[in-house]
Every structure is written in structure tokens, then in C-alpha cells.
Design a protein around this ligand. Structure first.
Ligand code: ADP
Ligand code: ZN
Length: 710
């Protein structure tokens, strides 16, 4: 049925939907999910159609201007997902749309790459050919080459091969002997690579059970629970993914595999492309290093149904696949799945919701599941499949955890590497083996620690360490706002041995470089890895043996699989448990088990005591401004309003200066909300914010299920 009106959301922050009439000429091609151009105020704007209507009660409704691109680009299911995200993450639908559709598709400025193809226009006899050869020998030469072609070829390629020029070609076209036509060609980032076909491996008993669970979910996806696949690195999870995808594809359905960006290496891509090598193009890859043109082509390949399997980082959860059968989230515990700008969504959680909407199976895999997922598995919300054994019998590297306190007792100056660790590194260097040194802290947070007894100063209300704020010379809690004076002596043991714990990866790097001047030392953390390619580059040179010692934070856990790494030093790991971030403990825990290849569960209780996720939801509101007073005043006003609006069902903390009080010239204040009914909380927050006029230079952001409390 041809719609008379459309309802759209335009790509601007106006927070409401608008109606337009549809001219007769466009009615056949416009539908829900179409991208359109509409008049808005005195300009025109791009917009997405969210509904088609028979009638509109808007007065003087204006006509839409044009359809952008071809087919509708957002399915009704994805639109439903977007609406869920908007409600859950307390974020305008316009903003969600920005993540849902890549910019290159939204703006439709870049299309397919066009190439000129050449073919013979007609046959010519020997007579005519002889004449041409006499008059224009080069044209004759080119014509001869073209006559031999079985199918049209790109003109540029032909000219390169024959070493003839464009002018010669044009002359032949002019004579009517040769035809040129434009054809769309695909930009395939992996176009020149050959993938060697691999086949399903025979699964071991545990793998077979896990695969069966997924196969069962594929049978009745509408009632199946998400499956948490818990297995150490090397236990054969990826092999299970490959076989599960094979099963889905054989049922004519499609699949998405999410991996953390950093794991999206050529080896990973090769593994998937290799398993489905019989249908080149069936596997599309979406990651942040694609050019706009490549992204356009991969996306269209998925939207048109040619690609049935999508591997990608976070945003691939929005891949426009139809008839989705399976979503896999590998390394589901990785915090890179959380987007740290609006919409602040978590791709794993979005995957679970999408699976529900699309009625498909969902598998979350990890060696060290997040507390949320583990909790869900324990309470029966998720099904658990466990792999306890490594398939390959390679030895895990040796692990040493260094306790700084011991070192301090032995030496006056703060040592960074223990003697033991130092000796072990020297030994590895001699054997030409590699070392990884982990450090679990960020440069700017400083907590107070007793170097004698190891006690950190914790908040009495929150079980996290208090943070030292230099310019007020006090300790404060970033969660509840509690503050305390800096004690002279350690309240626990009475010794005058309090230190500000804090050194960063840089310090470790320089110390190591100093101790081992001949070794190649490289640092890998958020500061040194700001360039996009830097991760991969560093990992590649590490893998190639060009780096002896890799120093870094969480990020380098990936390097652990490299066979030549025989030593992993974890420096000061216990301190990370005192970082002012409630997930810090979880991260340390994950790192340790990821390294050690075993899992324990001692930590859940810690967060339960604090009312933090997964047992309650948290919402973090940040209020910032270049003017400290204005930020503070706005935050306090907002806190008051929230307390009125939310009632006793939710816990509203007082506005407190953020741990990172000043960031890029902006003063920042935090308000933390906690409670169970997240959808209600989200809605009430949005309503409160919409009613409150903030000064122009005050910016308020809302982060639901936050990962960073900084
Ligand atoms: P994970 O994803 O859990 O790290 P992988 O699936 O990558 O584990 O498996 C680790 C290695 O063992 C890979 O080289 C893989 O090809 C191999 N492998 C996995 N399952 C089997 C199996 N059933 N038989 C033989 N080799 C296997
Ligand atoms: Zn506190």
C-alpha cells in the first residue's frame, strides 16, 4: 500500500518525530526504514522514516523532498532495537540512529565504485582490419587485444597490460569498433587474499555438548536462553562458533560474530573466511580501519543478503542481516564492548536484546565471564556450557605476582621489579624468550597505602579506596562523597609508613630499559596506543620476536597466546583492587584468571555488598562546565530534582566532584543513581532532565550501566 504520509526522525537533536506528506511519484519506494530528505525550518535535513501513515493531523504538513539511497536501510526489527536502546540508555533516538547506521550509509554521499569496462562493439573483417593497421597501428594492436576478450574487462587494466594509452582507446570508441560501459565494482579489503579452505574438526566430548546446546537453541530460538560458553583460551570455543555458524547457514539463516576490536586480527578473519571459503563474499568484516568506500560496500553486501556472516567489533551488532539465526559475542567480558560516548551502549547487552527481537540464538563466550553473565548463568537466565580443557596442549606461561610491600622492606628506594622477577627476565633474555609485564593502574589516580601493613584507606560506606585530592589535601570517596583528612600514621598498624601509591607504565618501561639496556622494550597502554594501527603493529612485532619485553596494562593480555612468551610478571596487581572504580576489582580478577587459565569466584560478594551491578543497576550522570561554580550549582540542583522525582525506590548519591575533576578545561561533577527498575529510572531521569533548564555552557551526560566512574 502506498503511504500518504511518513513520520520521521531527523538527524538533529530536536527530540521529536515529524510528519511529512509523500508525493505520488515517491510513494511506491518509500517505507519504514527509508532514508529521506525533508524540509526542516528553512533548510533541508536527512531523516529516517519510522512509520508510514494514511493520515496526519499535523496542520500544513509539508511534502518530503527525496529518497536517499535505494532500498529501506533499517529493518523494523532494528528500529525496535533502536527504540529499546533509546529507552534503556536514556538517550535520544537520533543519537542511537547515528550508531545504528554507518555515516557513509546515512549520508549516502559515497556509493559503489564505478569502473569503465571495455568490449568489442562488432566484428570486423580482415580487409577493414588491414586498413586500420596501416593507418593507425596502435589502434589495431589494441583492437586485436579487445577482440580476444571473452568477457568485458576494466579499461584501465587492459591499457596497463597492453601499454597503450587512453587516447588510442577513445579513438576506437569513436570509430564505433569498441564499446565502453560503467559497472559497479566492489571494494573488498580482502580481495587479493586467498583463503585456504578448512573443514569442521572432530569435536571432543565437552565441545560436542556445547555445540548441541547451541544447535538446540537454533531449533527453538524463540524460547531459548542465551548460552554462556565458559572455557579457557585454547579450549576450542572458536571451533564451536565456526560449527554453530555452519549449522545456522545451512538452515538458510545468517550470523554475527562480535569480537573486541583488538582481536579482529588478520588471523581471526582468515579463520572465518577459510571455513566458509566455498562462498567468497559470504563473510563480511566490519572494523574501524575500513575506508568509507569499503565500509559502504561491506554494509551493502550485508544489507542485500549476499554476505550471510558478519565478523566485527562493537557496532557490528547492528549489521543489517536478515533472517538472523545466531549472534556470538566472543570475550564477552571485554570492556571495549561498552561505548564510552553517546549512545553509551554495551554491545553484549544489545546483542542479547537483538536476539530476542530477531528470535535467534545468542552465545556469549569467555575464559573469564563478566560478573553479570556469570550471575545470569547461576540464576538460570542464561544456560551455561563449560569447556574445562585446553585442546592444544601448549604450556601456559609462567606467572609471577610481585608484592611491592616486600620490596619496600628490602630496599629503601621503591623498587619496581623484585629481584626474583629481575632474575627471571634476565634468564628469558638469555634464552631469547619473551616477557610480558602487566601493570594494573592508571596514571592519575592516587590512593593512600601503608607500605608496612599494606592497608589502603577505604571509604566506610563503599568498600573502595579513597582517592587523594591534591589541591584540597583530603581523601574522598567518588561514589558517595564521603571525605576524610589524611592521617599522619597508618590507622591500622600505627607506623609512619603511608605512601601515595602510584607509578605508571612509563615508569616501569624506563626502569626496565635501564636495567636491561640491550633488550628491546616496548610499552603498550592507552596513552602509547592512541594511534589506531599502533596496537596491531606492536602485537605483530611482538609476535615476530622484535620485542623482548612488552610492558603494559590490560591491553596486552592478547599477547599471552604467543608461544615464545614464557614469563608474565604482574606488578602490583593487588593494588588495582583499590582503584576508585567498582569494576577495577573485576578486571584484575579477570586478568589473573585469564593469565592463569583458571577461574574462581571469590569476588562476587564484594560487589553485592555495594549494591552495584549486576545486582542493581547504576546510572552515572556527569555535569560539566568550564565554570566550576556553574557545574557545581547545576549538579546540586539536578540532584535535588532527581531526589524529588525518583522517590525512595532509587538511591541518589549527592553530587560529588568526579575523580577526574577537571578534564580538558571542564569541571566535572558526578551523581550516581542506583536501583532495580532500570527502564523506569531511565525514563524518570530523561523527564527530569528535559524539565530542567541548564545554563548554556553546562553539559549533562547520562551513562547507564557505566564502566568508568572516572
Ligand atoms: P579458543 O577459541 O577457546 O581459544 P580455539 O577454537 O581457537 O580455542 O582452539 C584452539 C586450537 O585448538 C586451535 O588451533 C583449534 O584449531 C584447535 N582445536 C579446536 N578444537 C579442536 C578439536 N576438536 N580437535 C583438534 N583441534 C582443535
Ligand atoms: Zn563512599
Amino acid at each position: 500500500m502506498k503511504p500518504s504520509y511518513i513520520r520521521v526522525i531527523i538527524d538533529r537533536m530536536i527530540h521529536r518525530e515529524l510528519d511529512y506528506s509523500v508525493p505520488e511519484t515517491l510513494a511506491a519506494r518509500v517505507g519504514v526504514g527509508s532514508r529521506v530528505r525533508v524540509p526542516f525550518r528553512d533548510k533541508s535535513a536527512l531523516a529516517t522514516v519510522v512509520a508510514t501513515l494514511e493520515q496526519s493531523d499535523v496542520e500544513a504538513v509539508r511534502p518530503m523532498e527525496a529518497i536517499v539511497g535505494d532500498a529501506p536501510v533499517i529493518s523494523e526489527n532494528l528500529l525496535e532495537l533502536a527504540k529499546w536502546m533509546s529507552a534503556y540508555y536514556c538517550c535520544p533516538l537520533e543519537t542511537v540512529m547515528r550508531s545504528l547506521l554507518p555515516q557513509v550509509i546515512r549520508q549516502a554521499k559515497i556509493g559503489w565504485k564505478k569502473q569503465l569496462f571495455v568490449q568489442a562493439a562488432r566484428k570486423i573483417d580482415n580487409d577493414e582490419f588491414g586498413k586500420l593497421r596501416k593507418r593507425a597501428p596502435r589502434q589495431a594492436e589494441l583492437l586485436e587485444a579487445i577482440a580476444k576478450l571473452e568477457a568485458p574487462v576494466p579499461a584501465a587494466q587492459l591499457l596497463r597490460k597492453t601499454s597503450l594509452d587512453n587516447q588510442t582507446l577513445r579513438a576506437l570508441v569513436k570509430r564505433g569498433l569498441v564499446q565502453l560501459h560503467e559497472e559497479a565494482v566492489e571494494r573488498d579489503p580482502h580481495g587479493d587474499e586467498k583463503f585456504i579452505e578448512t573443514i569442521n574438526l572432530e569435536l571432543n566430548a565437552e565441545q560436542a555438548i556445547a555445540l548441541k546446546q547451541i544447535a538446540d537453541a537454533l531449533e527453538v530460538p524463540e524460547i531459548a536462553h542465551p548460552i554462556l560458553l565458559h572455557g579457557v583460551t585454547g579450549s576450542g570455543k572458536t571451533e564451536i562458533y565456526l560449527q554453530a555458524i555452519r549449522a545456522a547457514v545451512e538452515q538458510g539463516r545468517s550470523a554475527i560474530v562480535l569480537v573486541p576490536e583488538i582481536s579482529l586480527t588478520p588471523q581471526t578473519v582468515e579463520r572465518f573466511k577459510g571455513r566458509f571459503a566455498e562462498a567468497p563474499g559470504a563473510v563480511a568484516v566490519l572494523h574501524s580501519h575500513l575506508s568509507e568506500g569499503e565500509r559502504h560496500d561491506e554494509w551493502q553486501k550485508i544489507n542485500s543478503g549476499r554476505a550471510r556472516i558478519v565478523i566485527g567489533a562493537r557496532s557490528a551488532v547492528f549489521a543489517p542481516l536478515k533472517n538472523l539465526g545466531l549472534i556470538i559475542v566472543d570475550e564477552e567480558h571485554e570492556n571495549t564492548y561498552k561505548q564510552e560516548e553517546a549512545p553509551r551502549y554495551h554491545a553484549r547487552d544489545v546483542a542479547v536484546v537483538r536476539a530476542k527481537i530477531d528470535k535467534c540464538a545468542v552465545v556469549l563466550g569467555s575464559a573469564t565471564p563478566s560478573l553479570e553473565s556469570y550471575h545470569n548463568a547461576m540464576t538460570g537466565k542464561y544456560k551455561l556450557a563449560t569447556l574445562t580443557q585446553r585442546v592444544d596442549t601448549r604450556q601456559m606461561p609462567l606467572i609471577r605476582i610481585v608484592d611491592l610491600r616486600q620490596e619496600r622492606r628490602k630496599e629503601k628506594a621503591a623498587a619496581i621489579l623484585s629481584e626474583k622477577l629481575r632474575g627471571a627476565i634476565a634468564d628469558r633474555l638469555e634464552k631469547r624468550e619473551q616477557t610480558i609485564l602487566f601493570l594494573n593502574r592508571r596514571g592519575f589516580s592516587t590512593s593512600l597505602l601503608c607500605s608496612n601493613c599494606g592497608e589502603a584507606r577505604d571509604c566506610p560506606n563503599c568498600s573502595v579506596a579513597l582517592t587523594f585530592h591534591r589541591h584540597v589535601a583530603r581523601l574522598s570517596c567518588h561514589l558517595c562523597g564521603h571525605t576524610a583528612a589524611v592521617p599522619k600514621k597508618c590507622p591500622a598498624c600505627g607506623k609512619d609508613a603511608l605512601i601515595y601509591a602510584g607509578f605508571g607504565t612509563e615508569k616501569v618501561e624506563s626502569t626496565v630499559a635501564h636495567l636491561f639496556p640491550k633488550a628491546a622494550v616496548r610499552r603498550m597502554d592507552a596513552d602509547s596506543m592512541t594511534r589506531k594501527e599502533a596496537y596491531r603493529e606492536t602485537l605483530l612485532s611482538f609476535r615476530a620476536g622484535k620485542i623482548d619485553i612488552l610492558v603494559g596494562t590490560q591491553m596486552i593480555a592478547k599477547g599471552l597466546h604467543f608461544p615464545n612468551v614464557t614469563l608474565v610478571g604482574i606488578i602490583n596487581a593487588d593494588l588495582a583492587l583499590h582503584l576508585p572504580d567498582f569494576r577495577a576489582g573485576e578486571r584484575t580478577f579477570q586478568l589473573l584468571t585469564q593469565v592463569a587459565g583458571r577461574a574462581g569466584r571469590g569476588e562476587t560478594e564484594f560487589r553485592e555488598r555495594c549494591d552495584f551491578p549486576p545486582f542493581k543497576h547504576a546510572v552515572l550522570i556527569t555535569v560539566r562546565s568550564a565554570h566550576e561554580e556553574r557545574a557545581k550549582f547545576s549538579a546540586e540542583t539536578l540532584t535535588r530534582r532527581l531526589k524529588e522525582a525518583l522517590g525512595p525506590e532509587f538511591i541518589v548519591s549527592d553530587a560529588t566532584p568526579a575523580p577526574l575533576e577537571k578534564l580538558q578545561g571542564q569541571f566535572r561533577f558526578h551523581i550516581l543513581l542506583r536501583g532495580d527498575a532500570i527502564m523506569r529510572l531511565s525514563r524518570l531521569v530523561r523527564e527530569t532532565l528535559d524539565k530542567l533548564p541548564f545554563p548554556e555552557d553546562v553539559v549533562v551526560t547520562v551513562d547507564v550501566d557505566p564502566y568508568q566512574l572516572l
